[in-house]
Design a protein around this ligand. Sequence first.
Ligand SMILES: [Zn+2]
Ligand SMILES: [Zn+2]
Length: 311
Amino acid sequence: MRFLARFTTPLIQMIDSDHFPGGAESVRARPEKFEFARAIPFLVLHLGCLGAIWTGWSWTAVAVAVFLYVARMFAVTAFYHRYFCHRAYKTSRAGQFLFALAGLTAMQRGPLWWAAVHRHHHAHSDDEHDVHSPGVKGFLWSHVGWLTSSRNFPTDYRLVKDLAKFPELVFLNRFDVIGPLLLLAGLYGLGSALGTWVPSSGTSGAQMVVWGFFLSTTVLFHATCAVNSLAHTMGNKRFDNGDDSRNSLLLAIFTLGEGWHNNHHHYQASARQGFYWWEIDISYYLIRLMGFCRLVWDIKAVPPSVYRKAS
Ligand SMILES: [Zn+2]
Ligand SMILES: [Zn+2]
């Protein structure tokens, strides 16, 4: 039975991510190690990209894949990271629900899990307790390995009490599979409709799923993971934070501003991570645009005292 549970429990957790028959604390106490059952969703995601061999490609499918990469990277950086984790600006209750729903489509689990893991990272940056420090645990572990260890799977609700006050957010966090399923259904429907009604689009339901979901999500996954791995190994240090966080223009471009990671580790409360006009931070520009449209407000700036410390 125990052997069987090693595979059935992760399967049930794909639907209900708060399913812990023996309690979440016992899972959190497990040793830190690679577990194949937890790696299966990531293997499926990568293998799905090979579907392009059979479906082929079209400009329509490529355009949708690129759009979904940018839109979902924005959801991860501006909503999951800067809003839910760091509360760097404010929005309405309906707004934060839509932020959470958009973030779910990135297939990076729910906003409370994401924020709890990331708050823990800031509290223990590059020390022995940091779950994804490349300096302490190796590059590959910091990039993807830590995600396969079941001890990192439960949401630590103690670290996100401010977010757990909202039952609708807890619901989305628990049933995070809703996001990828909605995206898959939408892409299949869009591809099928275009293939039938606009034959010149050259696409189909299956092709749209391969490009819009599998390829786009895989690239998005690695670009996000790079903030944990590369942004703690590659680039410059402006501030001496006592950790390995770095600033990198290249990473900032691919991650819509998250590459200014040394800045961010130094001052986390700001909505802005590129501290100067030449530090490109697309997420910040879009947050300002949302502010202009009154969708968000109280956008937190970098205080003068931080600029005075900058070298
Ligand atoms: Zn970091
Ligand atoms: Zn952060």
